[in-house]
Write a protein that binds this ligand. Structure first.
Ligand code: ADP
Length: 501
């Protein structure tokens, strides 16, 4: 179908030449493209070759008369608007023609203006019909797009390995995919529609999902991932996110379930392995170490010919191994939640002063300045295990000394943030490239580059720090610029009675 703003064609069918030519002049002046036929047969020939949407048809013609032409035109597939031209004497015929499907009529003789009005009216009708048709096409296309989009989403959802469920703001489950049912040990044909508690047998999780679906967790990052234990052999991680409408109103929650059984089993195996290996190695190594210390002492006294440096290196090695194993043991104890001490009120400024004083000689050896930057105001006490705190800050300050060049500066800054205390260990040392930042808290991870090549370590300091900070209910952040330095920030709540280590 031609576009609505195309030039409209009009076919004039009349046996009188002056009517044909006159009409042509009038209509072409107002923008129509005019074709002419002097007989009905000629008109039908033209129409068989090309569809002309408006036909001006004289009813009274020799040969095939107008009525006959009209009825043939009705047989065409495309609709054609026929305006019949009638003499005064044939008004009745005009009415008959209209009944047979003619669109309009114009009596002969007619004024140019009359012709223009009638033909323009037909052209307007044509445009409206075309516009409506176009709209209909577009609507159908949108509907079919929507339909394919919907079925595509449905297929994706059905085949997702993650469990996905949607809960409305009343806590009613409105959608579940097969993985969702599978993970929760539900029958594959379980229907949606009931309250969330009918599908998930864990009140705390259901409450969390309800809260999310009611828009009570606006900050997505704050929504905790929930670990759901279905059995000793099935562990799931469940995350909920609010579903927001166009005006940001909360419509419900989408619940995503991931199977973390394998990760859990591997983690447990790793911890068990580490604990076992450490225990097996620790005592023989300690014995070797003691023996070496002893032999070394004797050799020096008797001025033996054996180069004591060899034994000294052996001693250093075993010492390194012992501290590695000590770290491993600490770590596995922290991870197993086995360090349970009574928390006491700790004066953080005094504790830090002790650590800084202890490490001052080390700093002086590298010509580094180690500064404790305490606030003017008095700090409230922190209720925690002092050994854990010493381990956290001791590890971080030692790292700062290690990973800062001689002559550098290490500043330990303490701030009170509401009901938390933040200690920042700021150095102007080597810094850490962004790609390592989230890995340095993994066990055994060490950055290996020109700066760190000769620095010995276990790669277990930061995992220990993180484990301890977690168990004290705090968090640790790091910001670093390679070449400029790093800041490790530990924020701990003043009181943490629940998860004390
Ligand atoms: P270790 O110091 O025994 O290697 P850690 O777990 O304490 O192990 O630290 C892991 C890695 O993080 C280090 O090997 C080092 O590359 C990097 N790192 C830690 N602290 C700093 C720091 N203050 N500046 C630069 N790099 C650091």
């Amino acid at each position: 179908m031609p576009k609505t703003d195309d030039i409209i064609q009009v076919l004039i069918v009349d046996d009188e030449q002056n009517i044909r030519d006159g009409s042509e002049r009038i209509l072409s002046r107002v923008g129509f493209e005019v074709l002419k036929a002097s007989t009905g047969a000629e008109a039908l020939d033209i129409l068989a070759q090309q569809i002309i949407p408006i036909v001006l048809l004289d009813l009274k013609m020799p040969g095939m008369d107008g009525m006959e032409v009209l009825s043939r035109i009705q047989d065409f597939d495309e609709p054609i608007l026929v305006i019949v031209i009638t003499g005064f004497a044939t008004v009745e015929t005009a009415i008959k023609a209209m009944k047979q499907g003619a669109y309009d009529f114009i009596p002969k003789p007619f004024e140019p203006e009359q012709l223009r009005i009638v033909v323009n009216r037909a052209a307007e009708k044509l445009r409206l019909t075309r516009d409506a048709h176009q709209l209909e096409l577009e609507r159908n296309r949108t509907l079919s797009d929507l339909h394919t989009e919907k079925s595509r989403l449905h297929t994706i959802l059905e085949s997702l390995p993650n469990g996905v469920g949607v809960v409305n703001s009343q806590g009613q489950v409105v959608l579940m995919n097969p993985a969702f049912l599978h993970y929760l040990d539900l029958e594959p044909n379980t229907a949606a529609g009931n309250q969330i508690e009918d599908y998930i047998n864990d009140r705390e999780l259901c409450n969390l999902i309800r809260e999310i679906s009611q828009g009570r967790h606006v900050d997505y990052e704050d929504i905790p991932a929930y670990e759901l234990t279905i059995s000793e052999k099935k562990f799931l991680q469940v995350r909920g996110r609010p579903v927001l409408g166009e005006r940001n109103q909360c419509l419900g929650a989408v619940v995503n379930i991931v199977d973390i059984t394998n990760i859990k089993i591997i983690d447990r195996m790793k911890s068990e392995f580490v604990a076992k290996v450490s225990h097996e190695l620790r005592s023989p190594l300690s014995t070797i170490h003691e023996q070496l210390v002893h032999v070394l002492g004797e050799m020096v006294e008797e001025s033996s010919k054996v180069d004591p440096h060899i034994l000294m290196r052996a001693k250093e090695k075993t010492h390194g191994l012992i501290s590695l194993i000590g770290d491993l043991l600490d770590l596995s104890r922290i991870e197993a939640g086995m360090i349970a001490q009574e928390p006491v009120a700790v004066k953080i400024d005094e504790l830090l002063k002790g650590i800084v004083d202890f490490l001052a000689t080390k700093a002086a050896g590298k010509n580094q300045s180690l500064i404790l930057d305490l606030p003017e105001y008095e700090l409230p006490p922190l209720t925690a295990d002092p050994l854990a705190l010493e381990s956290i800050y001791g590890n971080l300050i030692t790292n700062a000394l290690h990973y800062t060049q001689p002559g550098g500066e290490i500043r330990v800054k303490v701030e009170l943030l509401g009901i938390s205390i933040r200690v920042s260990i700021i150095d102007n040392g080597f810094g850490i490239e962004a790609r390592h930042l989230d890995k340095i808290f993994e066990r055994f991870y060490r950055v290996k580059d020109e700066n760190t090549r000769l620095i010995t370590g276990t790669g277990l300091g930061l995992p220990i720090v993180k484990g301890l900070v977690d168990s004290l209910g705090g968090f640790i952040d790091v910001e670093s610029t390679p070449g400029s330095g790093s800041v490790f920030m530990v924020t701990l709540p003043l009181k943490d009675t629940d998860e004390m280590i």
